[in-house]
Write a protein that binds this ligand. Structure first.
Ligand SMILES: [Zn+2]
Ligand SMILES: [Zn+2]
Length: 368
């Protein structure tokens, strides 16, 4: 059996927008809904197909994936729901049937919490150390200006649902059984919004771009989340707003890698610098500082500038800037350098540090 084409199933073109897909789905779901075609296996099958197609095409990610990897080569013959004059009639029927949000008497009043939103804020390590006040622009739903979020046309009232008399449930008999079911008219709310706000169609909210001022505390780490309670999407029908999560992304630093409150940097040094000791310029956050390299510094040794790391969260102390000594051996020597190094080697034949002494000792023990 060839793989089914979801666009064909819903009868929409490949470039159909969200609204067209939704409309086509509503029409077909209504047509093939099991409640209307009791016992008809073919309708049931179609209903499943339609739902499957809609679940993919209504999800932008899934749809993109399907477009890339799914079947292609539509055979046409689909119909464009927007061409057909009865779209609105079906929509009305559909709303009565499933209790979806719509117009007039059929509008539900169910209050729902708004969406939680996520905003990614990128910043430098310097900003993360200093703390930051920033303005971010967040696209979100805000309470409708027309009805202040109630979803009702100003001056109108909600009324008790006529179908369930405000109980939110309807009872019906099936043989010996009496079954209670959520009222399809009001969705269990027990009340209706007969005059939905014209501006927001009763949803109580509208799309907006909101400029928010946020304060990032000192010492935030990569992937930290700040929760701004109630700054997410506005609720539906007067429900509470969701939360906004600001996720911190710290850009990689030119020199430093962070480990908790400490900052690490590799510091290349020459053999004479490490042997004799010196003072070098080293990077610190927002500038540079003098760093003492003591005589006899070993490769890999960590030199610290105390308190030059990241501030601890909640204002507790400050980490260190840590510099790991990396010995850089010259790969090319001038004649003069070679001469001096040979002289140095000659002068140090009988000397050995603790590492070499221990190595020679162990070799002697094992091999005699
Ligand atoms: Zn409104
Ligand atoms: Zn009801």
């Amino acid at each position: 059996m060839p793989a089914r084409d979801y666009y064909e199933t819903l009868g929409v073109s490949r470039d159909a927008d969200e609204a067209q897909i939704k409309k086509a789905y509503r029409q077909l779901a209504l047509q093939y809904h099991p409640d209307r075609n009791s016992g008809d296996k073919q309708s049931e099958e179609r209903f499943k197909e339609v739902n499957e197609a809609y679940s993919v095409l209504s999800d932008p990610d899934k749809r993109a994936q399907y477009d890339r990897f799914g079947t292609v080569g539509m055979t046409g013959g689909g119909f464009d729901p927007t061409d057909l004059g009865f779209g609105t009639i079906f929509e009305d029927l559909f709303e009565g049937f499933f209790g979806g949000a719509g117009r007039g008497q059929r509008t539900r009043s169910r209050a729902r919490r708004g969406e939680d939103l996520q905003y990614t804020l990128e910043m430098s390590l310097e900003n993360a150390a200093a703390g930051l006040e920033s303005r971010i622009q967040v696209p979100r739903f805000e309470p409708c200006e027309g009805c202040h979020g109630s979803g009702q046309e100003p001056g109108t009232k909600r009324k008790i649902c006529a179908t369930c008399q405000g109980r939110g449930q309807v009872r019906f008999s099936q043989g010996f059984l009496t079954v209670a079911r959520t009222c399809p008219e009001c969705g269990g709310e027990g009340e209706m919004n007969p005059n939905p706000c014209a501006r927001c169609r009763g949803e109580g909210r509208q799309r907006a771009e909101r400029l928010l001022k946020i304060k990032i505390p000192q010492g935030v780490d990569d992937s930290s989340q700040l929760r701004l309670t109630g700054e997410g999407g506005a609720g539906l029908n007067g429900g509470p707003a969701g939360d906004l999560y600001v996720v911190i992304r710290i850009r990689p630093h030119e020199f430093f890698v962070r480990r908790d409150a400490d900052l690490y940097c590799e510091l290349p040094l020459t053999f004479p610098q490490m042997a004799l000791g010196t003072e070098v310029e080293a990077p610190v956050l927002g500038g540079k500082a003098r760093l003492k390299v003591p005589p006899g510094t070993q490769p890999g040794e960590i030199l610290r500038l105390r308190g030059k790391g990241m501030p601890g969260l909640h204002g507790r102390g400050r980490g260190d800037a840590c510099y790991q000594a990396v010995l850089e051996i010259p790969t090319r020597l001038t004649a003069k350098q070679r001469e001096l190094l040979e002289a140095y080697q000659h002068a140090s034949t009988d000397e050995s540090g603790p590492l070499l002494a221990s190595f020679v000792e162990r070799m002697k023990k094992l091999f005699g």
